[in-house]
Design a protein around this ligand. Structure first.
Ligand code: AMP
Length: 116
């Protein structure tokens, strides 16, 4: 299992470095991506340090559902009524660069398919 105990996102959760936080509850936090790839680019992460989706287990069932519903809520809050995309990059081939599970919410412009 990859180590997600300490990443840049841990520091954001602990408010040790600045981030534009748009939503927070006891399980999850959402903040604007520092290098946005679309007019709206927000990351939703669990406070629990799961390194990547492939490390999630059956016991994380409720948390995984919570993250998805949180993404929906945050997308609604951001006014993405015309649609949006959720992306989870998993591992090296998935292009994951931060080893703390995160959902990208991308929207505010038409998005092409397939991605890279
Ligand atoms: P990924 O490539 O899927 O691992 O995505 C990591 C994302 O985290 C990238 O889109 C980065 O721009 C974003 N990111 C990295 N550091 C920060 C930070 N301090 N605040 C906000 N977003 C960040």
């Amino acid at each position: 299992m990859s180590d997600a105990t300490e990443t840049i996102f841990s520091k954001i959760i602990r408010k040790e470095i600045p981030a534009e936080i748009v939503y927070e509850d006891n399980l999850a936090i959402a903040f604007k991506d520092i290098a946005p790839q679309a007019p709206v680019h927000i990351l939703v992460i669990p406070k629990q340090p799961i390194a990547q989706l492939s490390d999630a287990e059956s016991k994380d069932h409720a948390l995984m559902g919570h993250l998805l519903l949180t993404a929906k809520r945050v997308a609604d809050q951001a006014g993405l009524s015309n649609g949006y995309r959720l992306v989870i990059n998993n591992g090296l081939d998935g292009g994951q660069t931060v080893n703390h599970l995160h959902l990208h919410i991308l929207g505010g412009r038409p998005l092409s398919w397939p991605p890279g």
